[in-house]
Design a protein around this ligand. Structure first.
Ligand SMILES: Cc1cc2nc3c(=O)[nH]c(=O)nc-3n(C[C@H](O)[C@H](O)[C@H](O)COP(=O)(O)OP(=O)(O)OC[C@H]3O[C@@H](n4cnc5c(N)ncnc54)[C@H](O)[C@@H]3O)c2cc1C
Length: 404
């Protein structure tokens, strides 16, 4: 059995980024995935500029051929079905198809020198004195260091006791369906560079319509414990969206779902010879549902920590704890606040949408939150100014409503 410097379990964006960083630094890296690539991954495929910038740090440029649509703004739809449009002159990110995007990232890791074995499901982890062994359906592989990048509820974290079973209150759930629509029809009937987000009283969640080159990703997600019958809800949303836009949306045949972590930055990320990254670590913004930028950023940070550990030949959880500290500083607070933000916004959806219509500058802030460039709490840094303007707007709206 060969022992690698680093074995990465899971070849999603978090795993391939870690593998890429380690391989580029000259480490002997094995990247394992249970699926055969390219594999389907249920996802809206919305990628922010922040994610694209992080990828450029490791020398990965997302090619035009992978970009389905550039994102030039948002349509936010409130529970009363009134829309607020937020436009940008320059692209805020893009949409991609995850099977292609994830495969591209794996190919980049392989080009950097990582060995990739797909169709290898890790069933168990065995700790030995100088290595960790992964038992897969196709043999054993040893690593001086192991990276758990196997997604939410991942086997690696559970096998070493870093995580227990998923708890529905702290887990998100989202379903998604891809629909094909002629490019011309799409461009005629909707602004095909806009991401539509519908806040329709879905507990801590929303429904979306994200444009592709010739179609849409339609989806819906929220907290698992409060959502039942998601496929049915998605079909209802698809009919509503079709009515609102006039698009001919075919019946949704293949609806796929997947859990998302909704815990924030609260659980341990390292153990002896082990680091968790991406969804396996719990890195998803509960409010926006975005996980790709945290998958990539945690992959970069874990890769750098792995390199230091191998160079110094120290693998204790204390030696690896720098990873936790840096990740906490870079995005820990942001993730911890996103759940409270989601609660505040969802408890005040009607008022929130009114404020959005009346506070000048709030739309820009919301746009920056949606693409992960800023934090909701910036609004609270200058509360008097923001709220003062908001309250006047709200008051005016109420007076007009009463008179009408
Ligand atoms: C419906 C939906 C829509 C979403 N939309 C967006 C969006 O628009 N924008 C955004 O930023 N985020 C979105 N997210 C979140 C985003 O998809 C995740 O945060 C992201 O995929 C995390 O990447 P990852 O590499 O950590 O995990 P994953 O992409 O889940 O990859 C984990 C990999 O591990 C492999 N694996 C699992 N178990 C094993 C095992 N035992 N052995 C070997 N391999 C294993 C899997 O096959 C998989 O390839 C969405 C999530 C869902 C569910």
């Amino acid at each position: 059995m060969k022992t690698y410097d680093v074995v990465v379990v899971g070849a999603g964006p978090a795993g391939s980024t870690t593998a890429n960083v380690c391989a580029k630094a000259g480490l002997d890296v094995l990247l394992l995935d249970k699926a055969v690539f390219p594999r389907v991954k249920p996802c809206g495929g919305g990628i922010s500029n922040r994610t694209l910038r992080l990828l450029r740090i490791i020398g990965v440029n997302c090619p035009e051929s992978l970009i389905e649509r550039k994102i030039l703004g948002f349509q936010l739809v409130g529970p009363d079905l009134h829309s607020v449009f937020i436009h940008s002159n320059s692209p805020l990110g893009c949409t991609v198809i995850r099977s292609k995007f994830d495969h591209f990232l794996v190919q980049k890791a392989v080009a950097a020198g990582a060995m990739f074995l797909d169709g290898h499901r890790v069933n168990n982890i065995e700790r030995q004195k100088n290595q960790i062994i992964c038992h897969t359906n196709q043999g054993k592989f040893g690593g001086r260091l192991l990276i758990g990048a196997d997604g939410v509820g991942g086997r690696v974290a559970r096998a070493v006791g870093l995580r227990g079973p998923l708890c529905p209150e702290l887990t998100g759930i989202a379903v998604e369906a891809d629909v094909s629509i002629h490019k011309e029809e799409l461009e005629q009937k909707i602004d095909s560079n806009i991401l539509a987000l519908y806040f329709l009283n879905i507990p801590l969640g929303y429904a979306w319509a994200f444009p592709r080159r010739a179609g849409l990703s339609l989806g819906l997600g929220g907290v698992a414990s409060q959502l039942q019958g998601l496929p049915k809800k998605l079909r209802i949303f698809a009919r509503l969206y079709a009515r609102q836009t006039g698009l001919q949306i075919p019946p949704l045949r293949k609806i796929v779902g997947h859990p998302l972590p909704a815990v924030g930055f609260k659980q341990p990320l390292v153990a002896d010879r082990l680091l968790l990254v991406g969804d396996a670590a719990g890195f998803v913004d509960v409010f926006t549902g975005q996980g790709l930028c945290y998958a990539v950023e945690s992959g970069i940070l874990a890769g750098r920590t792995a390199l230091k550990a191998i160079q110094k030949n120290t693998f204790s959880d204390a030696a690896l704890s720098d990873y936790t500290k840096i990740a906490q500083r870079r995005f820990g607070e942001e993730l911890n606040r996103s759940r409270s933000v989601a609660m505040i916004v969802h408890n005040h959806l009607y008022g929130g949408f009114r404020l959005l219509r009346h506070i000048r500058g709030l739309d820009k802030l919301v746009k920056d939150i949606a693409i992960g460039e800023t934090d909701f709490y910036r609004l609270l840094r200058n509360p008097l100014k923001s709220l003062g303007k908001g309250l006047i707007g709200e008051l005016r709206a109420r007076l007009t409503h009463q008179r009408g």
